[in-house]
Design a protein around this ligand. Structure first.
Ligand SMILES: Cc1cn([C@H]2C[C@H](O)[C@@H](COP(=O)(O)OP(=O)(O)O[C@H]3O[C@H](C)C(=O)[C@H](O)[C@H]3O)O2)c(=O)[nH]c1=O
Length: 183
């Protein structure tokens, strides 16, 4: 398993080993003890699976607050995404800064997004499937969001987001300056 730091301390890129043979491959995509050793001492309690049919689908930027704040471990099993984490901890020296990485079925990489970061992605292929673990369960009342294209954050999204396919919730998300319940 390879672990790489990103430009945002705490946000890590993990690439598990894929054992290939004439049939295909086998991969241990999560082993708690191995991830603890890698600096991800998190107990995950929920698995999510999202499929997006269209290229240029944007989901995010989201987080949960309070007891339902979530660490996330994100991977792609079909297609590809540009996966983004944004530091929303007001006291952080990197507040408002973002990091983006391509996660794909081809590169098999995972992104660890700790509590304190907003998360979002855009799809780079049709029928992209994203699987991710969270360290707290879903609570719609604890969900908060900020606009994916807020100029104050300035994420360099790939051209596929022109036009972006958005949920109604994401279409009306607030700017960072107006967002509620940052960390
Ligand atoms: C997140 C979530 C959603 N849902 C239900 C609620 C809606 O009926 C439906 C779609 O929810 P939503 O539009 O919030 O899904 P996304 O836009 O993909 O939201 C996710 O987007 C970004 C990328 C994230 O990191 C979060 O995990 C999450 O906010 O699934 C559930 O039942 N459980 C859940 O954990």
């Amino acid at each position: 398993m390879r672990v790489d730091a990103t430009s945002l301390p705490g946000v890590q890129l993990i690439t598990p080993v894929r054992h290939g043979d004439a049939r295909g491959f086998f991969s241990e995509t999560y082993v708690e003890s191995r991830y603890e050793t890698a600096g991800i001492p998190v107990r995950f309690v929920q698995d999510n699976h999202a499929m997006s049919a269209a290229i240029g689908t944007v989901r995010g930027l989201h987080w949960q607050i309070g007891a339902n704040a979530q660490d996330k471990l994100v991977r792609v099993t079909r297609g590809a995404i540009f996966d983004v984490a944004v530091d929303i901890r007001r006291a952080s020296p990197t507040f408002g800064q973002w990091v983006g990485v391509e996660l794909s079925a081809a590169n098999w990489s995972q992104l660890f997004v700790p509590i304190g970061f907003a998360h979002g992605y855009c799809t780079l292929h049709p029928d992209t499937e994203v699987l991710y673990k969270t360290s707290a369960v879903y609570d719609s009342g604890a969900e908060r969001s900020v606009r994916w294209d807020d100029p104050a954050i300035g994420i360099s999204w790939p051209p596929v987001v022109d036009p972006a396919l958005l949920s109604n919730k994401d279409r009306i998300a607030p700017l960072l300056a107006d967002a509620q319940d940052l960390f």
